[in-house]
Design a protein around this ligand. Structure first.
Ligand SMILES: [Zn+2]
Length: 322
């Protein structure tokens, strides 16, 4: 995601307020709040600098974002390719490790029985500046897919970190008996956020986890958080909203345990194209802040990506167990 200053407003629940991997809270306001959802989104669009994945807000911002993303991507392309190669080697090693872990955990295997997980590694090498509706029937449009943020210190694009972590998560989930569907396994794809949701929908997956990094632009801000739809969402059924929230509440503490990172809780978002077009429970994990030096430098490492992936896998296990 992109440099954003919306965190303070949108990050509603701190780690201490979370009820762990509990069932979803029911607000029961589906019908009443359908209309206000649009106005909420509009308000957010004008006030916040949103996630650039599917959340760039104005045309100008989008163009600037895309240009920057392209320039940055070009300049760091070589570095990334090298990194990808390194990551591939490491992923193989990690998969072996994961299998060993899984052998010792029979309850994990039970949780995964017959379950399919869709993993969407956010962004791609180049943005697609075309527009698409943020939800079925919506007149509000956003860029099809943006280039994402990049490390303020490492200069590594978010899309690279997202993909590397997604591949690690894939290996862990497979080792635990899940089936996995990957939206992308390469930087060189052109898949809009609607298409990403459609891939997830058609895949027969039980849930979709979207993997991103944030760039708040404030170097002191650090930690992970999860974007999940609210009960005001006019595109999703209350059941999907409930299940998405349940998944979020399973993921947050699980990630904290494996990474030790700052749990910044939930950000309720109803303006995310990739979520709004989904027909299965979907959450978007913002793994950390690439404008924070320590976190930027951690996020690009295979070791930290592995911790993140382990945490997400554990949270997915908890979701199916609870
Ligand atoms: Zn992103």
């Amino acid at each position: 995601m992109k440099r954003e200053l919306m965190m303070g407003l949108s990050l509603l629940l701190s780690a201490s307020m979370m009820s762990g991997c509990a069932g979803p809270r029911k607000t029961g306001h589906e019908n009443e709040t359908v209309k206000s959802s649009e106005s909420t989104s509009t308000k957010k669009d004008s006030n916040d600098q949103k996630d650039s994945t599917d959340q760039s807000d104005t045309q100008d911002q989008k163009k600037v974002t895309e240009k920057k993303a392209t320039q940055k991507t070009n300049s760091s392309q070589k570095k990334n390719e090298t990194k990808n190669t390194t990551d591939k080697k490491k992923t193989t090693k990690k998969a072996t490790t994961s299998k060993t872990t899984q052998t010792n955990n029979s309850s994990t295997k039970a949780a995964s029985q017959g379950k399919t997980i869709c993993i969407d590694a956010g962004h791609q090498r180049y943005a697609n500046t075309g527009l698409e509706a943020i939800g079925p029937g919506s007149s509000t449009k956003k860029m099809k897919v943006t280039g994402g943020t990049q490390g303020s210190f490492t200069k590594v694009p978010e899309s690279v970190v997202n993909l590397a972590t997604a591949k690690k998560l894939k290996q862990i989930l497979i080792s635990r008996g899940y089936k996995v569907v990957m939206v992308r396994e390469s930087q060189d794809v052109n898949i809009s956020n609607i298409q990403r949701a459609q891939i997830a929908n058609k895949s027969g997956s039980d849930l979709c986890i979207r993997i991103h990094c944030d760039g708040s632009g404030v170097s002191s801000v650090h930690g992970y958080f999860i974007l999940t739809p609210s009960h005001n969402n006019k595109y999703l059924s209350s059941s999907i909203v409930d299940q998405s929230l349940k998944l979020t509440k399973c993921l947050l503490p699980a990630i904290q345990k494996t990474t030790g990172a700052n749990n910044r809780g939930i950000s309720y978002r109803d303006d995310l194209t990739g979520t709004n077009w989904s027909k299965i429970p979907t959450v978007l994990v913002e793994m950390g802040e690439m404008s924070n030096k320590q976190e930027d430098e951690a996020l690009v490492t295979s070791a930290y990506q592995e911790k993140m992936a382990q945490g997400m896998a554990n949270g997915i296990d908890d979701y199916f167990k609870s």
